[in-house]
Design a protein around this ligand. Structure first.
Ligand code: ZN
Length: 275
């Protein structure tokens, strides 16, 4: 499932391919994804010029010169393909005046497409309740501390709460906790200000590294298949159960990365250095 770095990378790829272009044709191949798509969606995109893009959490806004933004959510399995042949499960096709072809492909259909006035983006029902952007100035150790200090839930589960901080999913929650040396089992109310500060720094560093690994130019963002923005990242703990922990080679107490299930989601951690 795409998290903030993947969505950011997809958005940068779309930006490189669509900003400044006019959409000559927009074709919807079904009326709904997770929710119904507005009936005027395709008609609102056709003829419009793309002014730019903005990401909020895992949501992308494509801003048009008509004052309308198209909200794009990749959901569980959504992806964008550039100049590729029509694909199975392609639900939206955009064609641009310079011959570009962009497809939105989503086999599981947990994605979303919607329209909203650009100046009302932050009031959209899917983004209105989102917490701060983890890479923005608002997300600080002090803010995290006051947000979670009274919670009885674990920090791992809480990092997945999009109202606490936007855009983090199961992969980056585990990776950031490893970097911060905080156990996924630790209760929010026992974190304290110091650990909150350490965790915010770790979240920022983890996401920044992942975005950088996604590439730095449009060419990097487009894979040979035409797919935008997904990349193989070298996780330190995620999905590495039983594998050697890079932080404690040879330490008997850390016999490798462990897995734990919390509220139905797997967490991965070093049993020695995360407290
Ligand atoms: Zn370890």
């Amino acid at each position: 499932m795409p998290e903030l770095p993947e969505v950011e990378t997809v958005m940068r790829g779309l930006d490189g391919r669509l900003t400044g272009r006019t959409i000559t044709r927009a074709t919807l191949h079904r009326p709904d994804l997770r929710w119904p798509i507005p009936e005027n969606f395709a008609a609102s995109l056709a003829g419009a010029t793309v002014l730019g893009f903005r990401r909020r959490g895992k949501y992308i806004f494509m801003r048009l010169d008509s004052g309308i933004s198209a909200l794009i959510h990749l959901g569980m399995s959504g992806r964008m393909v550039i100049d590729a042949p029509f694909a199975t499960h392609e639900h939206l096709t955009l064609e641009t005046h310079d011959g570009g072809r962009i497809g939105f492909v989503d086999p599981r259909r947990f994605g979303a497409l919607d329209l909203i006035a650009t100046h009302d983006e932050d009031t959209h029902r899917l983004v209105a309740a989102l917490g701060p952007e983890p890479l923005g100035n608002e997300f600080t150790g002090a803010l995290l501390y006051v947000t979670i200090m009274d919670r009885s839930s674990t920090i791992k589960t809480t990092l997945l709460d999009q109202s606490v901080v936007a855009g983090i999913g199961n992969i980056y929650a585990s990776e950031a906790l490893f970097r911060a040396k905080i156990s996924p089992r630790r209760l929010c109310r026992s974190l304290g200000y110091g650990r909150c500060t350490r965790l915010v720094a770790a979240v920022r560093a983890t996401l920044t590294e992942a975005i950088a690994a996604g590439g730095s130019s449009l060419r990097d963002y487009v894979q040979p298949s035409g797919e935008l923005g997904y990349f193989q990242h070298a996780w330190k703990v995620y999905d590495r159960t039983g594998q050697a922990c890079e932080r404690c080679p040879g330490a008997p107490a850390c016999a490798g990365i462990r897995r734990l299930v919390q509220t139905g989601r797997a967490s991965f951690y070093c049993p020695l250095t995360q407290r």
